[in-house]
Design a protein around this ligand. Structure first.
Ligand code: G1P
Ligand code: ZN
Length: 542
């Protein structure tokens, strides 16, 4: 029943920051999915009787690819498969399943916060045995393999019923359909003080959660409603839909607008949160208050000891390079190690495995800890609820006190989406060429202190990652960072990250865009953004 099918390679199967991400019609080309999966199996060819985890965020094409992955995993010698019921597994839950079961790895189907549907985005990501995204050496090898692949192996079997729990055999392989929520929810109970949160919610404190018709709906109902006693009415958009109800499952003020508007009212709930398509990102809101992801990382780290899983303190903090340095201030004051890594969660993997860090985060709404090897949206939400339950203060009060203690890092990211790829690459190259001559140059009120192209030497495996983004450090601690997105599916996206440190409490209540005006102007002048792209301003400001 196992067949070897001849195929011809595609040349565009290079995994980006988070796996192979393309439009659905690209994945629907003949053998496109099969080629990529076979490339993964060829590169990761040791089985040792270990299981493979398969699941996704429920978007359009999820179930089709799950069935293909089952047939191919069977044909490629796996003796055990763990599949989330209905093909559903949030990214952090998949990470946990891999770790808990000592699996060889996992196939995670998602395009994260990108829209879903027949003409929208899809993605395939391979996670390794530590539960985290495959290391760069592995993704490079997968890409090389995909360019020379000439056949793939597949079992000719009918679709497996993935809608009910239990085990069945497909040839010599045991296929187990597991509940996607239970193990994950149990893990959360070991880390976060559920009793304290139950008391908080019982006392009348109001929370709302927006699952954005994506994967976290069933998780939210189990954890917030059934285990923590939240009002079921306060759970929004909990039914996962293949097209996310026609919206982008991106938890920000544009796409989670209903939640945002609700929270920005004086009589709004005390706490509001959302997660993205595959459940690894988070949005944290208080009444009339937005917590930036960079601040959230710093505040969770500063308060982590209030949660049972971190009572003994944290070993270290890691942040991606463009993430604001707010967490560095916490690490410095508390005498904790701080690590700066390139963009992408995979770079935290080695540090977490080596127990060098406990908490990590990215400015792009990703926060997590050593409990899994992915960022974890619901974990961040639960950590905030835990902090609120213990401190009995509002989100805004906690933030204001944090800034008073550590200073405030004003921060914003400006994205220029859909730029011509060549224009974007030329801009970056011209910037690189300017680097040696920038120190000492004045741009309006800011003066460049030093500038470089960020390179990272992994302290654990010694690997080096170069050209990870241009950093311009200003006198006084401000910073501008430029990099091109590695996750876009059309054209290029230039990301400009702006940061200004403000120690003075009297100046902690500015609007971030106002606080950053001089840097915004300098960023344009240094890179010639408007002149090169013809754009008057960014497409998205976060
Ligand atoms: C973006 C974010 C990055 C994150 C990645 C995957 O990548 O900026 O922090 O790790 O999505 O969720 P980018 O498009 O910038 O390459
Ligand atoms: Zn995501």
């Amino acid at each position: 029943m196992i067949k070897t099918i001849k195929t011809t390679p595609y040349d565009d199967q290079k995994p980006g920051t988070s796996g192979l991400r393309k439009k659905v019609p690209v994945f629907q080309q003949p053998n496109y999915v099969e080629n990529f999966l076979q490339s993964i199996f060829d590169v990761q060819d040791k089985r040792d009787g270990r299981a493979l985890v398969i699941g996704g965020d429920g978007r359009y094409y999820n179930e089709t690819v799950i069935q293909t992955a089952i047939r191919m995993a069977v044909a490629n010698g796996f003796s055990k498969l763990l599949i989330g019921r209905n093909g559903i597994l949030s990214t952090p839950a998949a990470s946990h399943l891999i770790r808990k079961n000592g699996a060889l790895g996992g196939i995670v189907l998602s395009a994260s916060h990108n829209p879903g549907g027949p003409n929208e985005d899809f993605g395939i990501k391979y996670n390794g045995e530590n539960g985290g995204p495959a290391f760069e050496s592995v993704t490079e090898a997968i890409y090389r393999r995909s360019k020379e692949i000439d056949s793939y192996r597949i079992a000719e079997t009918p679709d497996v019923d993935i809608s009910s729990l239990g085990s069945c055999s497909v040839g010599p392989c045991e296929v187990r359909i597991v509940d996607p929520v239970t193990d994950y929810a149990n893990l959360m109970e070991t880390l976060v003080d559920f009793a304290a949160i139950r008391t908080l919610l019982k006392s009348g404190s109001r929370m709302v959660f927006d699952a954005m018709h994506a994967v976290t709906g069933p998780y939210a109902e189990e954890i917030f409603v059934r285990r923590l006693g939240a009002d079921p009415e306060a759970m929004m958009h909990t039914k996962p839909l293949p097209d996310f109800g026609g919206h982008h499952p991106d938890p920000n003020m544009v796409h989670a607008k209903t939640l945002f508007d609700m929270m920005m009212r004086d009589d709004g709930p005390d706490f509001g949160a959302a997660s993205d398509g595959d459940g690894d990102r988070n949005l944290i809101l208080g009444r009339n208050f937005f917590v930036t992801p960079s601040d959230s990382l710093a505040m969770i780290a500063a308060n982590a000891h209030l949660a049972p899983g971190y009572r003994k303190g944290i070993k270290g903090i890691a942040r991606s390079m463009p993430t604001s340095q707010a967490a560095d201030r916490v690490a410095e004051k508390r005498g904790i190690a701080m690590h700066e890594t390139p963009t992408g969660w995979k770079f935290f993997g080695n540090l977490l495995d080596a127990a060098k860090v406990t908490i990590c985060g990215e400015e792009s709404a990703g926060t997590g800890s050593d409990h899994v090897r992915e960022k974890d949206g619901l974990w961040a939400v639960l950590m905030w609820l835990n902090i609120l339950a213990v401190r009995r203060q509002s989100v805004a009060q906690i933030a204001v006190e944090h800034w008073a203690e550590f200073g405030r890092n004003y921060y914003s990211r400006h994205d220029y989406e859909g730029i011509d790829v060549e224009v974007a690459e030329d801009l970056m190259e011209a910037l690189r060429a300017r680097l040696p001559n920038l120190a000492g140059t004045r741009f309006g009120s800011v003066i460049v202190e030093r500038a470089d192209d960020f390179a990272y030497d992994d302290p654990i495996d010694g690997s080096r990652s170069e050209r990870q983004g241009i950093r311009i450090f200003m006198e006084g601690g401000s910073r501008i960072v430029y990099r091109l997105s590695g996750t876009g599916t059309s054209g290029a996206t230039l990301r400009v990250y702006l940061e200004r440190f403000e120690p003075d409490v009297a100046k902690h209540d500015l609007d971030p865009q106002d606080a950053l005006t001089d840097l915004i102007r300098a960023a344009d002048e240094i890179a010639g953004i408007s002149s090169r792209t013809g754009r008057k301003g960014p497409t998205v400001v976060t």
